[in-house]
Design a protein around this ligand. Sequence first.
Ligand code: GRF
Length: 195
Amino acid sequence: MKEQSNLCNIAVMVSGSGTNLQQVIDDTGSGKINGAVRLVITDRPDVYSVKRAENHGIPCFYVRKNPAKLLELFEEYNIELIVLAGYLSIVESEIVERYPGRIINIHPSLIPKFCGKGFYGIKVHEAVVAAGEKTSGATVHFVDSGIDTGPIIIQQTVPVYPEDTPEQLQKRVLEVEHKILSEAINKVITQWEKE
Ligand code: GRF
């Protein structure tokens, strides 16, 4: 197990149930990810992600439309990597400018398909099924000033079956999300260690 001080300080930003957050907590705890979740930020006060953070003694703050507060917390916890895991608010430009190349997002489609404004959560899978796609998947990408437009880090596909409901597809994609999010975090941390 690496020294606590050598671990990448990670903040995870959430808006919902937090299964991606849980995966990152589990994989940092097991050493699979060379980092530690030091901070959780939610833009919704009463979501299960809050409970997940509490279960692991991770400081969790409800912050909404307050970039100054976010910057203050990121400084206070020496955050080096910001992971958007089902975070539904737009990341303010102050944050993107202060942390260039240090913010990543997981999106439940094969970007550039089915992404951008209005494509989030189950809506993504409804659009994929309605379009009769044969393949879907998940993408982890760097966050820039656009919506779901930054450089792609990792993508993985899943099959879409003709009889699939959006919910069945969502479940299949979520399994891939959990896998590639940890892989992407390790990939960027390893890259920084080499620089
Ligand atoms: C996931 O599908 C993620 O890709 C999308 O929102 C959902 C979050 O799920 N952005 P969870 O809160 O991590 O369970």
